[in-house]
Design a protein around this ligand. Structure first.
Ligand code: ZN
Length: 311
């Protein structure tokens, strides 16, 4: 029996999570990935729940068939605010859900807590083992009154191995544009960790795999270098192109020299070789000789005219 692909678990979970807050989504996807690395298949069964969906769920076991699954009316569940998810484990091949709260189940809760979630399994009274919420201690009553966890809390976490999110995505993009080989997927896994450490080693930074201020500054600096080099290359290319056009100041002379047959009109800004110079010099010499030959009589007459004037 082959193992279910990580991507399958992620895709199914993204679909089931629906419209949860981005911070929740980022962290849950990371949780699934981390658990997968530890040979645990975890999948999300639900996330965001609209008021209508909550009502339907509330009705279950009350005025519709089935067991009672929630005590929360619309607006009374953290799910209604996109700040909670429910999870379950799957069989090795991912074909079936398993709901036994075993060590693997508790390990997933631990990973969740390390990412800032509260776990329903820790609650006294109504224990909710599949439930993870990211509210920074706010209750549904607080949320109902309009309070929300800060964006800072939702996206908290140093960008380092185990983190995921937009910041990681940007980091990966930057490393890639510097020529490092890595996947740009927003997950700070072993591959990204390796590349960050490599970058730190090359630039004599502390090799800790943390994308902290010093590494970030160095990375930005290197990227500026790349931008400058690209600009220079562009300038060079431009100059290369321009070699086929005469400079503004030389345009008329160039045209004249071309018309008079000294140059064939190609590569106006290129340097001249010795053999090319020989051709030009010979053409000039030939032309002068021709002029002198044709005007021998005229020059003699001119000399005589000047002599007359001097008398
Ligand atoms: Zn829940």
């Amino acid at each position: 029996m082959s193992r279910v692909k990580l991507k399958t678990l992620l895709d199914r979970s993204i679909k089931n999570m629906g419209d949860v807050q981005q911070g929740v989504k980022d962290k849950i996807l990371l949780l699934i990935r981390k658990a997968y690395e530890e040979d645990i298949n975890v999948q999300i069964s639900s996330g965001y729940r609209s008021d209508a969906e909550q009502q339907k769920l509330y009705n279950q076991g009350r005025n519709s068939p089935g067991n009672i699954v929630t005590r929360a009316k619309p607006g009374q569940s953290v799910h209604n605010y996109g700040l909670a998810v429910d999870y379950f484990l799957t069989t090795w091949d991912g074909a079936k859900a398993t709901w036994t709260v075993n060590n693997d189940w508790r390990r997933v809760a631990e990973i969740g807590k390390s990412l800032g979630f509260s776990w329903g399994g820790d609650w006294t009274g109504f224990t909710d083992y599949p439930h993870l919420e990211l509210t920074n201690g706010l209750s549904w009553r607080d949320l109902n009154r309009g309070r929300r966890p800060s964006n800072e809390f939702l996206n908290k976490g140093v960008t380092r191995k185990g983190h995921s999110g937009y910041k990681t995505y940007l980091l990966q993009q930057k490393l890639k544009s510097l020529g490092y080989k890595l996947k740009v997927d927003g997950f700070f896994g072993s591959g990204t960790d390796k590349v960050v450490r490599q970058f730190q080693r090359v630039h004599a930074l502390e090799v800790d795999g943390f994308y902290g201020p010093s590494t970030q500054a160095k990375l930005e600096h290197e990227l500026e270098g790349v931008a400058v080099a690209e600009n220079e290359k562009e300038e060079e290319n431009k100059m290369e192109e321009n070699k086929d056009q005469p400079s503004k100041w030389a345009k008329e002379d160039w045209e004249e020299a071309k018309e008079n047959g000294y140059f064939d009109g190609s590569r106006p800004q290129d340097t001249i070789t010795r053999e090319e110079a020989a051709v030009v010099v010979n053409r000039l010499r030939h032309n002068f000789r021709e002029i002198i030959k044709r005007n021998e009589g005229t020059i003699e007459n001119l000399t005589k005219a000047i002599q007359k004037l001097n008398l």
